[in-house]
Write a protein that binds this ligand. Sequence first.
Ligand code: PA5
Length: 525
Amino acid sequence: MSWESFTKNCFSFPEVSLDLDLSRLGLPEDYIDSMGNRFNEAFSAMDELEKGSIANPDENRMVGHYWLRDASLAPNEEIRNEIEATVARVKSFAASVHSGELQGAGGKFAHVLVIGIGGSALGPQFVAHALGSPSLDKACIHFFDNTDPDGMDLVLDGLKDKLGSTLAIVISKSGGTAETRNGMLEAQEAYRKSGLDFAKHAVAITGDGSKLDKVAEAEGWLERFPMWDWVGGRTSVLATVGLVPAALQGIDIDQLLSGARSMDRQTRVSKITDNPAALLALAWLYATNEKGEKDMVVLPYKDRFLLFSRYLQQLIMESLGKEFDLDGKTVNQGIAVYGNKGSTDQHAYVQQLREGVSNFFVTFIEVLKDRSSESIEVESGITSGDFLQGFLLGTREALSENSRPSITITTQEVSPTSVGQLIALYERAVGYYATLVNINAYHQPGVEAGKKAAGTAIEVCRKIAEKLAENESEFFSAPELAKAIGEPENAELVYKLANHMAANNKGGIQRSDDGLWHEAKFGIR
Ligand code: PA5
């Protein structure tokens, strides 16, 4: 990489302590200039969105996550006041927990169990992992982010004898997500078995009047925080969804918000080269040929950013992965995102990145500050942190040598401010990209379709249990059972469900194998 090319294509933003290096992407000389008009439209669309336009037409909703960190931008006084009052309420709630004014049956709340999924878990998990420290945290955070019974048992095992000092936070914007409802019921049962009143240890974060809201109100939970319909799940980390757990953990939420606010200012600038989110979106357009032709591999060289790629996977793939564009044309847009952390991944899949199929571009994330304490020398004059950076630079170079493109984002340190900045940077890059490829970034019809399909399986599961209970001692093959429950076209589904029921001895259901695997019969002896 020549010095000239590096300095021409690396952009520095001192106001947000961030550098964005596109020099290893192979951008044609005139590419940025050629995108000027299209970006002017994207800047205008973003401007309208921030002013409160219906930027999510399918759901007829405004898109207001940028107001969360600067309430003065909210389109009306009601929203402005609500944001400000809610942030104040989050802080005073956390203060009363930290002071012990609000306690569980087992004393001060030293643990927090967050129950949520998707946008109601990934952001809080990223923030908790990036900014937590076992010896400094005011509360230790745990998550139920699935409906896996064994996964929940594992978390509860870590909270054994501690539930009396554990505050459960149930997070669901819709208040009706099955995984979260199940997590809540499993947690309630665990508290009950420990002789504890769940309601006196529980907080809800949800939409006003949702099922969850009604349960929390009827049972008299400790607190209910709002989730507004103008904040999408995957952009809710700086709403109550992320702020409540972070504040309870002891993270400075003012700095998180001000970090995001500073990045918002920087990414509102309507000149591509002065706007890191515009540059990032432009880089994605170029790298993926505007059609997601290449995957985005996110490689932060920082353990604390391990969950950043997971968080971005949802933010980017749920926002950009769309079948139709805004005009109803089939486009099958999206960018696949994966990654963990460097240098660890160099000992895993980076081999393929360098030598295998060339279907990706890498985003390296470099953090300049190694640690808060002094470093020892692991070799003469060299620290572990020098090695970490050496591996990043070496991998970047090795990829470039083989014509594998990469972007490098450099930030000063891991802090609430920089985490807020990175969140805001990607949120807006996603927004620009979506406008430029003409899709709605703020709905998720595919997620809803998955929820519906699971509902069908649960219904069939119920029918199988009933049929076998009515016909005790009779054993059915999957096609026979499917026919008997009025689902003749669903023999495969019936087989999968009955097999799972038998493995768990649900209602006494057993599997009997006398012939080939698919001739197995199911029944109750
Ligand atoms: O980003 C989204 O909208 C989704 O991933 C949701 O966050 C997820 O489905 C959970 O929904 P809810 O918060 O309503 O339980």
